[in-house]
Ligand binder design. Sequence first.
Ligand code: ATP
Length: 395
Amino acid sequence: IIEKVSKHRNEKAYLVGGIVRDLILNIKNLDIDIVIEGDAIAFAKELNVFLNIKKIITHEKFKTAIIFLETGLNIDLASSRLEYYEYPTSLPTVSYSSIDKDLYRRDFTINAMALEIDYNNFGKLIDYYNGYYDLINKKIKILHNLSFIEDPTRIIRAIRFASRYNFDIESDTEKFLIQAVNDGFLNKISFDRLKNEIIKILKDKNPHKALNLFEKFNIFEKFNLNIIITPSTYNIFKKVLENKDEIIKNNVKPWQILLITLFRRLNSEDLKTIFHRFGFKNKFIRKISIGINERKIIVEKLKTANKNSKIYFLLNNIPLEIIYLIKYSYPEIENKINLYLNQLQNIVPIINGKILLKNGYTESKKIKNIIKHALELQLDNENYTIKEILKELHE
Ligand code: ATP
């Protein structure tokens, strides 16, 4: 269909960027990015005639459009990198350039390939910078020497792609990367872009290599934060990744445990600021912060906890993210934490306020204490009935 519209409008269309890279690697990627040598908005509107489109969002200034299909897929259309002039007295002038210029502004050779969706050359690979060669040889390579200075986010992106695909950073590229890091360019990355890249790294299947590269290039030192990657960081990462399914079943996001692991040595102030900027809710941040500060005390108490109720009350106010962090940091108490995660946390109290009111209790403080005590009895004696607990409470 795109080919048809391209022919009708006499404007070339190309599949570009990550999806081309992943098509060659035979990896699933549903981010469809298309570049039009022409007006992407008009192109998108014409596609509307042929596709089942739910909605289109357009951005006039940048001549881009996102098509939302009924199937749930999105297609991003952009006009090939346009030259854009704005004179104070006149309307902005827009002129489209060709695909080669569009590809030249991209980060790495493996991300700078395009596939023609054209009536003459359907499926032809456009590869001015030998991206295919680098992909086959597993190399992350920039397109020009100033790339990292032009956009320092690419420093983190280089690490991300090297880690995700287990590629090497090409030697000249590495030289320029190290120079940009040493010259302080990391601090020029906006927090939002940094955050997005870090989250993507932590969501990847295997972020181990990224940890290695962060260490190798002293990335975190340059942010002046107390983030130290230690053997135990690697160990926690390994365990979280091995147990992803179980963690997800408990409604916890593995990448958030990894983030907390990286930041576990920050002071409370830095921690609060950063998690806030990562978009976490205040209440959650407060709990995380307390959990991190108190985790060593909790661990000591857990070691001697000899009753289910003791384990339960040590952990039931701690966010699960911290419980997992503790579990994977201190193998000696793993059994007790497993008992909590698999059993104790799911126990439903058989005594609640309603039952107590029915049995003549009225004072709220007393009710609260009784509920806690009843839960304690229930946790430590699995077969207790309501009657038995009430009887014991009475005694
Ligand atoms: P992912 O699978 O992680 O989404 P991706 O390559 O699609 O990988 P995006 O961040 O969505 O990553 O970027 C899409 C494309 O845009 C890239 O393939 C690259 O060509 C280009 N790009 C993205 N960020 C930059 C950047 N900072 N500098 C240059 N080009 C970039």
